[in-house]
Write a protein that binds this ligand. Structure first.
Ligand code: AP5
Length: 206
């Protein structure tokens, strides 16, 4: 199965992607995690990406498309994959369409007033990429691997605002793009985490 998860920053794409990829035994490909790993490893790509990420802007299509093209050819993608945070522009969606056929595009809808609170309270694991929220996870270490959690630089309030503006302008048009192609599955992301997972699983089973 080949899936895309769409939705604004903070919609819960990463949280749900981890669960759904495990359930269907497919690779979880988060372009945000890949870019953050490049930054941590101080690569040239990481240095190029950092200035865009820190401003809440998108990294150029030319960089991202090549990165995803290579990643989906790796062995762990043979059984399928879940793209979390890609595509984010029509050019990325067109390029993906040239590479492979996607089965479903899951659009996770959350009212915009909820997003800032979700993002500003998020804490991330630097090692396994798990996301937590300060209201539901009091410890400052990861439940899965024990690493000390951190707050992403682009989760500061001023950057979050620009990320939401960029989402509306450049990524939200992909909802209509995939609707026209008969691929879209819309899920209410404003429910408890387990209920969102159930809605996605039910939608995929139809
Ligand atoms: P990326 O890392 O992809 O960030 P994003 O899309 O902005 O999404 P987030 O990670 O902020 O949110 P999410 O939807 O995954 O929510 P999460 O599950 O963590 O990208 C970062 C940057 O990299 C971009 O701005 C861009 O610069 C660059 N980039 C990446 N991909 C690119 C591309 N394709 N092209 C160009 N540039 C690219 O949940 C958020 C919080 O809410 C957590 O605390 C979580 O615990 C909580 N939560 C989750 N679900 C629920 C729920 N149901 N109820 C209550 N709380 C919940």
């Amino acid at each position: 199965m080949k899936l895309i998860f769409l939705g604004p920053p903070g919609a819960g794409k990463g949280t749900q992607a981890e669960r759904i990829a495990e359930r269907y035994q497919i690779a979880h490909i988060s372009t945000g995690d890949m870019l953050r790993s490049e930054i941590r490893n101080a690569t040239l790509l990481g240095a190029q990406a950092k200035s865009f990420i820190d401003r809440g802007e998108l990294v150029p299509d030319s960089v991202i498309i090549g990165m995803v093209e290579n990643r989906i050819q790796e062995d762990d993608c043979k059984n399928g994959f879940l793209l979390d945070g890609f595509p984010r522009t029509t050019a990325q969606a067109d390029a993906l369409g040239e590479l492979t056929e996607i089965d479903y595009v899951v659009d996770i809808e959350v009212p915009s007033e909820r997003l800032v609170a979700r993002i500003s309270g998020r804490r991330m694991c630097p090692d396994c990429g798990a996301a937590y929220h300060v209201t539901t996870h009091a410890a400052d270490t990861c439940d899965k691997c024990g690493a000390k959690l951190y707050q992403r630089d682009d989760d500061r309030e001023e950057t979050v605002h620009n990320r939401l503006v960029v989402y509306e302008k450049k990524t939200a048009p992909l909802i209509a793009y995939y609707q026209e192609r008969g691929k879209l599955l819309t899920v209410d992301g404003d429910q408890a985490i387990d209920s969102v997972t159930d809605s996605i699983v039910k939608g995929l089973a139809k």
